[in-house]
Each structure stands twice: as structure tokens, then as C-alpha cells.
Ligand binder design. Sequence first.
Ligand code: ZN
Length: 467
Amino acid sequence: MAEANNLMEKIVSLCKRRGFVWQGSEIYGGLGAIYHFGPLGVEMKNAIKQLWWKTFVTGRPDVVGIEGAILMHPEVWKASGHISSFTDPLIECKDCHMRFRADHMEEGKFVGQGKAKEKMQCTGCGGKDWTSPKDFNLMFKTFVGTTEDSKSEIQLRPETAQSMFTDFKLVQESSRLKVPFGIAQIGKSFRNEITYGDFFFRMREFEIAELEYFVKPGDDEKWFNEWLEMWELFYWNLGIKKDNLSRYEHPKDSLSHYSKRTVDVMYKFPFGVSELAGVANRTDYDLSQHEKFSKKDLHYFDPETNEKFIPYVVEPTMGIERAMLACIVDGYSESDGTDGRESGEVVLRLDSRIAPIQVAVFPLVKKEKLPEIANQIRFDLTQAGIRSFYDESGSIGRRYRRQDETGTPWCVTVDFDSLQDETVTVRDRDTLKQERIKIADLASYFQKELIATQDKTEGAALVEKNK
Ligand SMILES: [Zn+2]
């Protein structure tokens, strides 16, 4: 466990030092469970989102995307059941009034933190005297308009799913879709978590990628298995090691109010095996509820069988930041000194498609025309859609080390030979091989390498499946 904590500390430090992620509002002491994504973090997050969108939305004939609003009509959350049951059991220490999630306290999640030496012990004061559990609603509240009374009270969405249900008819009719089909969305969601920690694993403001797949009742179990498999393949496709992933089947008696079956995709983080994603069979619960509350017909008419029915919904969902954290943890390595690096040097082995910087371009020295040529290469690669970066400071060895630490798969060095033969050295992060490549061929060289990376992953089957 000490080793695991040590690894997380190193990752937290690396993320801050290199501009991936840090605590939000840090200069004011930070805001709990809120994180900011720095220059490299935002590039990596965007790359994961783009890969997801290409895989599951534009890459499929049966899925379309939408962008719903964070603020929705208050009736939505009554219909969805979130007002009455989106709660965690909260207990309060009678001595120091700190609050905890009762289930986390019972599991012993806080043992070793602060003054908690055993289960059911307060981290603040070591006390063991608790109030009885009280339901705490996890939705953030705000007000719409100029008055702050209960009539203007509104919630920040805790999931993106509901707009895909409320807009079901609008999407289906405008896009002339036939069941089975899916509506997808990536967007911010908010949960007022009571327990947090584990870096940016559990956040109060986070981005979620969700898909509601509408099927004929009776076809739901088949589609559930199909989506679970595709969801897992997506992580393999991101280059995450298969051995670090597992499934967790929710027991029947602990399922969410809307679910017939839920299976989570889990990752072996240093702080424990934790949830990355989930697939739920939401049945016809949501559409039926919205039909009841809105009094609008949300039945689907099947033109082939002339039947009218409320579709069942299979919902695969994943946290974007959790995928990012898993990729960083999975890719983190320290050299043992036998691979041509010095012992202890950090290499972040990110898949080249999601690395924040894909190619770093260096002039060997700041002399003659080398900086101009290197900067022109950076510009041309960027125009070709490759995330590129220019660096002229420090020795070449130092510049390589900095890029290894940020996960850059390729470095390009412009030297004096480049002036004569218009070639440059391309250095590969993983093999450390160096190759001379013509400047004019660089963009197509990297584009080919990026396609090859995809083909090499165990998730390459996902691309085949989508065809
Ligand atoms: Zn206490």
C-alpha cells in the first residue's frame, strides 16, 4: 500500500509539474474535488473525446450525437427519480461534526487517513459516535431568473442521459432513425460528492460520455452484452493493459432505481480497483416516466410491423477524466537503466493518438537556419492535424527526457545535415530507434504511424466491429 501511495504521489506531482491537471482555485487553497486541466491535460482530454466520438458516433450508421443543456426543466428530475432517490447515506461525527458516506465508512475506506485507525472511526477526531444515516441528495441546486425562491429552483444535471430521453422523438423524427439506434452525448455533469480524494478520480464537476441505445423490448439483453463488449474494447483501444481491467456485476438488490442489470468496467488503480465505466439496462423506465410527467406520447411506431411500443434502453456510459487517469497510471513507467536511459527516468507511455504532444521538434543548436527550419516543420505538422511542439532550450538529452515524461511518442531533430540533404532524425519514445526521414515526408510518415498504432492495440477489433 505504501508503494501504491508513493506511485500516486509521483503521478500527482508529474501532472502538476508538466501541466496536465491540478487542483481548481489553487491560489485560494483549492476547492474540494474540483480540478483544472492545464495545457497538456486539455489536449489529452480532447483527444480522448474525439476518439470516442469517432468510434461511437460518426463512425457508426446507427448513432447520432446531441448537445443538451446542463440546466433542464425541474420536472425532468422528478420524472427521472433523481429528486427522490439520487442520494447517498450521510452520517455525522457527533464530536467534530465532520460528515462521511456511511457505506464508505463501513467499508473502511478511511482507515489510515487522519485519525482513523479502524473502520467506523472519524478521520478528524478519531471519534466513533455517529448520527444515524440521513439521505443526502447529490444534485447541485441553483436558481433560474431573478428571484431566489423554491419556484425558481433548478438543478445542475447529474448525468447527461435525460436530455437524450426528453429529445428522443425530436431526434428520431428529424434524423429518420429506426430502432435500434443510439443517441450520444459528451458533456459536463455535477454531483455534490460527500467523499472524495484519489486525485481527480471522484470529482464534483466532471465530463461524461454517454450513449442511450434504443431497442425493441426483448432485444435488450442481446444489445447489453454487445455494448459491454464494445465498451471494454474502447479501453483496450486506448492502449490500456488488459490485465488491469475487470468487470463488476451489480447484485440485483443494489441496482439503481431504473436498472434491470448493471455491469461496471473496473480498472486496477494504485488506490484500489475502481469504476471506469458502466453499462446499464434502463428498460423503458425513463421514456415511460417522461411520458407520464410530460403527457406527451413517446411511443415509437415501427413501420415494418405497424406496432407501437416504448423502446428499451441500453446505456453504456464512461467518465472522460477517469479514462484519462487510467491512461496516465497505465502508461507511467520508470526506467530500470537497461533500455538506454538512466535508471529512474520517467517515461509516460501514452498511446500516440491521445498523447497531448504527438511530435516535438528541436533544432540541434540555435544557429544558422536550424530554428527556422524546425519551427516551419512544427507549423506544417500542425496543419496536417498532428499535435506538435517546438523546443530549443537545453541539451538534446534534456529535451528528450522532458518529452518522455509528457508522453510524446516522437521527437524530430533538425541538425546541420538537414541543411544539405533535407532530412531530419526521428526518435521513437518506445524503441529509442532513430531514423532519418525526408522533411517533405514527415506528415505522411506520422499519419501512417498513427494508423499502425491503432492496428496494434488489442481494441483494434472495435473498428472492425463498427464496420
Ligand atoms: Zn470527528
